[in-house]
Design a protein around this ligand. Structure first.
Ligand SMILES: *Cc1c(COP(=O)(O)O)cnc(C)c1O
Length: 725
């Protein structure tokens, strides 16, 4: 690890507590409950008020408080325990990767570089917008757990994605807040001589200089590129300010920084990865830089370089929506990367040809096409999405049948230690000991769950719901939620959650299309149902914003007022509360537009039941992980997904009718049918079926093993060998 020299952080700590810096700078606290509990114990109000940021927490603690902690034996025991646990975690050499990688695992360097435009690791590092980022964050965490020699590459967005404000009717406005890197758990990379590392990327008519921040995610470093330095022109300094902000020129500039800047950063610190994993097309300019290096350093022809490179390139596509794939005007593209034609010895038109879309959109430079044409390993993120992607991109392989298009699938997962709620973790630990993270995703899980009685399971579910209700109530009082005056959540009521990006195809208002009918579910004979919504709409997505306002309006007026709450500022923290506390998780995308979805996996892991259209991960869960006598949840509408999407008003009406039928006939009655100990026996049987069958598959441990076996190991074997020096 000596290629990642670190620098000191500010706070003056008592000698006995100097290890706090090390603990703060390793983001393992974002999934290790015992370390998080240490921060909370130091100052609960500052810990939550800092968006769970230990650097700010340490900075804000008074010298007296720190001295008192340094003299508190209970605290010191806790402190020693978590430091020891971190050291043991970082020091263990007998990892899954070592055991399974053969001689490919003996390399000391980081041989797999993972590129993503966003990372959702912890709420205090706001460099993510949604599902793609959370997946990347969970990918790094699981790669760390399994000991993969992986390094992440991303951008440091000083202003992150926007912060959402909702007025009292659900109208969204966006705020941008500057983060100060010095306040975050980051260190700046330096050269071996102690100078700040600078990476230069050629831009039209100038060079743009980058600084590089490192976040440490367990064993895995994450390098974050930042253009905000004085030696750049003022307009270049803001290039990396915002995630998914700006116009197409900002976007191409950011993607150049990510792909080419990231590639150069790795080489400049002495890492020369053999495998490059492009998580979505944003980073695919790295292909050009990689080929140019092979031509320059190995003396390969362009054709040979392409052939040699492809075995080490991995590409994951994430969207079945055509407009969701980045593409740039050819003139704009040539302005930024046209010089690669010269270094590769090809014409400008051949360069454009590498990324040309199949005929109908031939003239744009499509980042996904560049990646698909270059990488030998390509995958979608669920079984259905693999099939949808083969149909979508078959034009790139005109000589092949659709089923032979070389795009497979590796289904997404979630990092269980990040997403499981404290109550459930405590139950597992009390029942089965501290080794629960080892078996929780294994085949023993159903038996273990079967040994937990209804009363105990229901107590944990009810406690989690109660905690959620308290937190939501507090947000209502703080006016961080849209709710009718006087709304009081009922901690015993069936609580349904819906949280995701607000955009048309996800159909947030499907369950609200007949408010009277929904209200009627709720009212009679004490069977209340309450609905919690959250999500952001992209600032330029007017339909998404209209959907938010529609939910907001129904929260404050009409028959659902008092039972419907729209929460502001969906982020990792809110996502945790919701998936841990709700009883049912609603997902209503129009098939087949949801590539996978992961929030439903988080909810299932915590014992909520999924109610979802037949799309993304749920189609696969339903077909392949629903084998027991008790079903794992509910499907809204038909159990098939057409590979070609069709939007019809009929489908919407049908799906909404199917959803109301399910709620009226099955979901609400079952939740309120109580057996002994006032626990809902049938409901809990479904909870056990859902957890027992879904957790062992839809987790990032399984996902990383799949990536390793299918992509990384073959790519490591094929990847271009490293040159010394
Ligand atoms: C998990 C998560 C997502 C992705 O969930 P989907 O099911 O893909 O919508 C988005 N945002 C946050 C904050 C999350 O935690």
């Amino acid at each position: 690890m000596n290629s990642y020299p670190s620098v000191n952080v500010k706070p003056k700590l008592p000698k006995r507590l100097t290890g706090l810096k090390r603990l703060a700078l390793n983001l393992r606290w974002s999934w290790d409950a015992d370390t998080a509990a240490l921060w909370e114990r130091m100052d609960a109000a500052r810990w939550s008020g800092s968006e769970h940021n230990p650097i700010r927490l340490l900075r804000e603690l008074t010298a007296e408080r720190l001295e008192a902690l340094a003299a508190d034996d209970d605290f010191l025991a806790h402190y020693d325990r978590v430091l020891e646990s971190l050291d043991a975690y970082l020091g263990s050499t007998d990892t899954w990767f070592r055991q399974n990688a053969g001689n490919l695992g003996s390399d000391e360097q980081r041989s797999i570089a993972y590129f993503s435009a966003e990372y959702g690791i912890t709420e205090c590092l706001p460099i993510y917008s949604g599902g793609l980022g959370v997946l990347s964050g969970d990918h790094l965490k699981a790669a760390s757990d399994l000991g993969l020699p992986l390094v992440g590459v991303g951008l440091f967005y000083r202003q992150g994605y926007f912060r959402q404000r909702l007025d009292d009717r659900g109208n969204q406005s966006d705020e941008y807040v500057d983060a100060r890197p010095a306040d975050l758990p980051l260190t700046e990379l330096r050269t071996p001589q102690g100078e700040r590392l600078r990476v230069a990327v050629p831009f039209p008519g100038r060079m743009v200089q980058l600084r590089v921040w490192r976040a440490q995610v367990g064993r895995v470093p994450l390098l974050l590129l930042d253009a905000n330095i004085r030696s750049n022109r003022p307009e270049d300094r803001t290039l990396t300010d915002r995630l998914y902000g700006g116009d197409s020129e900002t976007r191409i500039a950011q993607e150049l920084i990510l792909g080419v800047g990231g590639y150069r950063a790795l080489l400049s610190i002495g890492d020369a990865p053999r495998v490059f994993h492009m998580n979505e097309g944003h980073s695919s300019f790295l292909v050009l830089e990689h080929l140019a290096r092979l031509v320059r350093e190995e003396g390969y022809t362009f054709e040979r370089a392409r052939e040699e490179a492809s075995g080490g390139l991995v590409f994951t596509t994430h969207t079945p929506v055509a407009a969701g794939h980045d593409h740039f005007h050819p003139d704009l593209t040539l302005g930024y990367v046209g010089h690669y034609a010269d270094s590769l010895g090809i014409s400008r038109s051949e360069l454009l040809g590498l990324a040309r879309r199949p005929p109908e959109h031939s003239e744009t430079f499509c980042m996904t096409c560049l990646a698909l044409r270059s990488a030998r390993h390509a995958n979608g993120v669920s079984r259905l999405h693999g099939a949808v992607s083969r149909a979508m991109w078959r034009g790139l392989w005109s000589d092949r049948e659709q089923e032979d298009v070389p795009i497979g699938h590796i289904t997404n997962g979630v990092h269980l230690e990040t997403w499981l709620g404290a109550e459930l973790k405590r139950l597992f630990a009390e029942r089965f000991g501290r080794t629960w993270p080892r078996w929780v995703s294994g085949p023993d899980l159903p038996v273990r769950l079967g040994s937990i009685g209804d009363r105990t399971l229901w107590r944990v579910r009810s406690l989690s719901r109660q905690i959620l209700c308290e937190r939501v109530q507090a947000r209502i009082e703080e006016r961080r939620a849209v709710a009718a005056a006087g709304t009081r959540l009922d901690p015993e009521a069936l609580t349904i959650g819906f949280a995701r990006r607000f955009t048309a195809y996800k159909r947030a208002t499907l369950v609200l299309s007949d408010p009277e009918r929904f209200a009627a579910l709720s009212s009679p004979d004490g069977r209340p149902v309450q609905l919690l919504f959250a999500g952001k709409a992209h600032p330029r997505d007017e339909r998404g914003k209209a959907l938010l306002a529609e939910v907001g309006r129904l929260a404050v007026e009409g028959p659902l007022a008092g039972r419907l709450v729209l929460l502001e500022g969906y982020d990792l923290e809110l996502a945790r509360y919701l998936v841990q506390g709700v009883d049912a998780w609603l997902n209503t995308p129009r098939p087949p537009l949801e590539a996978s979805g992961t929030s439903g996996m988080k909810a299932a892991a915590n014992g909520a039941l999924n109610v979802s259209t037949f799309d993304g991960w749920w189609a696969e869960a339903w077909r392949e992980h629903n084998e027991g006598p008790v079903p794992i949840g509910w499907v809204i509408g038909p159990q098939d997904a057409e590979v070609e999407a069709a939007e019809t008003e009929d489908r919407r009406v049908e799906d909404s009718a199917a959803l109301y039928d399910l709620l009226e006939r099955e979901i609400v009655p079952m939740f309120y049918r109580r057996g002994e100990d006032a626990a809902p026996t049938e409901w809990l049987a479904m909870v056990r079926a859902s957890m027992g069958q879904l957790i062992p598959f839809f987790n990032t441990g399984r996902m990383i093993r799949d990536y390793t076996e299918r992509h990384y190991l073959p790519a490591l074997a094929a990847g271009v060998p490293r040159r010394s020096g």
